[in-house]
Design a protein around this ligand. Structure first.
Ligand code: HEC
Length: 473
């Protein structure tokens, strides 16, 4: 099953034989069902066809009105929603995290620091963002600061799960080094929780803040009292990939065999349900804990009524397979992040796909340019860049007046320092070059997510569109 899934994912993502080979070799080493993110990133970086496909396919086939929240250059691997529902943070295989405003319908900040995939994200009650990477590091970010205000180092293998204690004082990180670390958010020495015999895939605090629950590939669910008492260990019939805790203290764990387990606060199994999603990669609970979502790497998302232990519907549609899921505070809207690099919204009570995020209204900012190929290509940029000075900066600087401007010279935007050393003036030729060979190569040190435009006609159309729309009005 494991190999099948891996092969399937690799084939689905890429097709090329190298990726399947890498994935298999990696899997034999890691004994983990998860396709190593580094492997993926390597495939992604090395294969121009794949990059081109990833970039061009969404542009070509997605209904324009839905194409708004595209910012990542690789699959969306992790999602977190702020308690008030105004902010979403996404982590991606493209090595970046993005903080999105759901009120402004735009990407506010690209968080670049990790050396490889961002596997986990969390939002603290005080607005700080926490990112966990395949590089084993954890970053804590203040809104607006270009680099982490705190870097937590100690894990010796990828960090794949993060949780923040209800009082906002502790970060828990789950790692493939088989440990969990509890870090004071204010900084200081972490506590290391040891016991898992295999990769730790998920962590969640209990709502009373008294315990931490962890889920491991070693089949165990562990409940760790934070006062230092001995942990409770429950062995389940399948490797566990994700865990969440309901408001009433019930633990919900997702297994590699597709089963969802319901466990009492003391470690007593209360029930189970076959979600039909094999393997489950992510479980999420609605804030009121009535609904659970179980997302499978191979297909769709199961919506479960927790108390009744019933599978009420399965979400099928665009953007699958799904790597990450999170509910909004309305207890109804489910956000998913998946292979198509977008964050999508679903009505979990009807099963309808609502579109990609964030779309407060359905107006299309590019409606005036319908039929313009360049405008279609620009849809990939609009989450992060505006065209007029009045609209200001988003996660990226405004492109108003871009032609003739030296790189990283726009006053008032916090550019990466590395860009200021480059001798590039933006012209139709240099902008085209940027997306021919990709920002990573053309502007090393950039925080713009990696993306390329394979077709010379599309690059020309984009540049023409920018010439039309970014000049003085
Ligand atoms: C997810 C956000 C994101 C997306 C999508 C994105 N960019 Fe960017 N872009 C940025 C960021 C962030 C920077 C600033 C880079 C830095 O300071 O490291 C940037 C910088 C640039 C610059 C250099 C600006 C300057 O003043 O030096 C250009 C040109 C640019 N982007 C064009 C585009 C185009 C065209 C697209 C679409 C094909 C695009 N970007 C897509 C985030 C993005």
């Amino acid at each position: 099953m494991t190999r099948l899934t891996l092969t399937f994912v690799a084939l689905l993502l890429a097709g090329p034989a190298q990726c399947v080979g890498w994935a298999k070799a990696r899997q034999r080493r890691a004994h983990a069902f998860l396709l190593g993110a580094k492997t993926w990133a390597r495939c992604f970086a090395a294969l121009p066809t794949l990059r081109l496909l990833a970039f061009v396919l969404p542009v070509m086939f997605i209904n324009p009105a839905q194409a708004q929240l595209r910012g990542h250059g690789g699959p969306v691997r992790a999602l977190a929603v702020s308690p008030d529902g105004t902010t979403v943070v996404s982590g991606s295989f493209d090595t970046s995290a993005i903080r999105w405003s759901l009120t402004r319908n735009a990407a506010e900040q690209v968080l670049r620091f990790h050396e490889s995939a961002v596997n986990a994200v969390a939002l603290a009650p005080d607005g700080r963002t926490v990112t966990g990477g395949e590089d084993g590091r954890v970053g804590v970010w203040q809104p607006g600061s270009p680099t982490p205000v705190l870097v937590l180092e100690g894990h010796t293998a990828p960090v794949v799960g993060l949780a923040i204690s209800p009082d906002g004082k502790l970060i828990a990180s789950a790692s493939w080094d088989r440990t969990i670390r509890l870090w004071p958010l204010a900084g200081g020495t972490p506590r290391v929780l040891e016991g898992h015999q295999q990769n730790v895939n998920g962590v969640a605090f209990t709502p009373d803040g008294q315990s931490l629950v962890s889920a491991g590939y070693d089949l165990t669910l562990r409940i760790w009292p934070l006062d230092g008492g001995p942990e409770t260990t429950l062995t389940l019939p399948t490797p566990l990939n994700s865990v969440a805790v309901a408001r009433d203290g019930e633990i919900v764990a997702g297994g590699a065999d597709g089963r969802v387990f319901f466990v009492g606060p003391k470690g007593d199994v209360r029930g189970e349900l076959d979600s039909g999603q094999v393997p489950i990669i992510s479980v999420a609970l609605s804030p009121d804990s009535t609904l659970a979502a179980a997302a499978g790497i191979r297909g769709s998302v199961a919506i479960i009524e927790r108390k009744a232990r019933t599978l009420v519907r399965t979400l099928v549609g665009p953007g699958l397979p799904v790597w990450a899921a999170a509910f909004l505070p309305d207890n109804r809207t489910l956000m998913t992040g998946g292979t198509d690099r977008m964050i999508r919204r679903w009505n979990a009570t009807t099963g309808d796909h609502i579109g990609s995020v964030p779309m407060a209204d359905n107006s299309d900012p590019l409606a005036a340019f319908s039929g313009d190929r360049g405008a279609e290509v620009f849809r990939a940029c609009i989450a992060c860049h505006t065209l007029t000075p009045d609209e200001g900066n988003r996660a990226g600087p405004t492109l108003a007046g871009i032609f003739g401007r030296k790189i990283a010279s726009l006053p008032g935007y916090n550019f990466s320092p590395a860009l200021k050393q480059l001798d590039i003036v933006w012209t139709p030729e240099t902008v085209s070059k940027l997306f021919e060979i990709g920002p990573m190569q053309y502007t090393p040190g950039t925080k713009m997510p990696e993306q390329t435009i394979g077709s010379a006609e599309d690059r020309a159309a984009l540049v023409q569109f920018l010439q039309k729309t970014t000049g003085p009005r």
